[in-house]
Structure formats: structure tokens, C-alpha cells
Design a protein. Structure first.
Length: 210
């Protein structure tokens, strides 16, 4: 089962990818992680990516696709994989097709912007131990204080309303068009956001016929 998870920032792609890789027994390939690993291992494509990053530039699509191709050729991907964080644009999707990277399904988690604003706006992180909370869904026992270490809970810059709004705008402009791209190829499965993480996982598995 070769999958892509699509969805706005805060839609829960990372959480669902973790759960699905256990259920389906396939690895989750996170672009950020493999980029860091390729640089650390000094692979030719990793070194190329590092030269762009050291110069403060975005890593070009062809380098990203090269790193993904290297990673998907590894033994643990033989039974399939879940791609998280790529493709982000039509250009990346087309480049992946050219490189012969194919998928069985593309799952889009559908969630309203307003729900994402509330969800991400309520996230808090302990500045000492990094434990995460949510003012509504997973509140600490004492407001603003970490249950684990007593550290101060703060809102990450990424979760500030203006940052979330900007990330959503980028998603709608650059990534959302991928839904039509994959719909035309008969690969798109849309899953309406459910009340709980577990219900979302079950809805995705149903959409995949599992």
C-alpha cells in the first residue's frame, strides 16, 4: 500500500501517519526526516541539499525527489509506504511521476479552517520538557503549568493565529490543487474530519477498503 496523506497544517496528518504505519505495517517517510538523514549520512543528494541549505536557499524539487527516490529504494519500503510532507505542489507531483514514484491512494483529510485555527490556537508546549497540551482537548491539571515537570506552558510561534492563517493560505494556494490532480488519476479518497483521532484512523482505513 503506497499512500500520500494530504490535508491542511494541523489536520492531523503526522498523527494519522504514525497510527497507519503500525496498522498497515509500512514505514512513514517524512520529507524533513529523510532530508536530515541524507545530510547526516553524506549521500551525494544529501550533500547537494546541504549546499543549498547552507546558502540559506530552499532545496530545489529535483533534489528533494532524488532524496525520496533513494529512500523508497530501501528494503523496508518493499511492501509500501506513507509519504508525509511531499508532494506540496503540482510541480513536485509531476516530478515524482516522471521519477516513476507511484501510489495506490491519496487520502485527503478534510477539515474546516476555523476548526484548525481553534485546534492550533489552543496548543501549548512545556518550555522545559517539551510535553504538549491543548487548552480544550488535553488541558494541564493547573493552567499554564506542565503536569510532568512543573515547567511553564507556552504557545509556539508556529501556532500563533497569524502564523496559522498564513500557513493555511499557502496550503489553499499551493497544495490543495493536488486534490484535483490526483482525482483525475482516480487516486483521491476524501475523509471528513471525525471527532476523535481513533475515529479518523477508522475512517481512513474504511476509505482504503481495509
Amino acid at each position: 500500500m503506497k499512500l500520500i496523506l494530504l490535508g491542511a497544517p494541523g489536520a492531523g496528518k503526522g498523527t494519522q501517519a504514525e497510527r497507519l504505519c503500525k496498522t498497515l505495517d509500512i514505514p512513514t517517510i517524512s520529507t524533513g526526516n529523510i532530508l536530515r538523514a541524507a545530510i547526516k549520512n553524506g549521500t551525494p543528494t544529501g550533500l547537494k541539499a546541504k549546499s543549498f541549505m547552507d546558502a540559506g536557499q530552499l532545496v530545489p524539487d529535483e533534489v528533494i525527489i532524488g532524496i525520496i527516490t533513494e529512500r523508497l529504494a530501501e528494503k523496508d519500503c518493499e511492501k509500501g509506504y506513507i509519504l508525509d510532507g511531499v508532494p506540496r505542489t503540482i510541480a513536485q507531483a509531476e516530478a515524482m511521476e516522471k521519477a516513476g514514484i507511484v501510489f495506490d491512494a491519496v487520502v485527503s483529510i478534510e477539515i474546516a479552517d476555523q476548526v484548525i485555527m481553534e485546534r492550533m490556537g489552543g496548543r501549548r508546549v512545556c518550555e522545559n520538557c517539551g510535553a504538549s497540551y491543548h487548552v480544550v482537548a488535553v488541558p494541564p491539571k493547573q493552567e499554564g503549568v506542565c503536569d510532568s515537570c512543573g515547567g511553564k506552558l507556552v504557545q509556539r510561534k508556529d501556532d500563533a493565529p497569524e502564523t496559522v492563517q498564513a500557513r493555511l493560505e499557502v496550503y489553499h494556494k499551493e497544495t490543495e490543487p493536488l486534490k484535483d490532480f490526483y482525482r483525475q488519476r482516480g487516486l483521491l479518497k476524501t475523509v471528513e474530519n471525525q471527532t476523535t483521532v481513533e475515529e479518523n484512523t477508522q475512517a481512513i482505513l474504511r476509505a482504503l477498503g481495509k
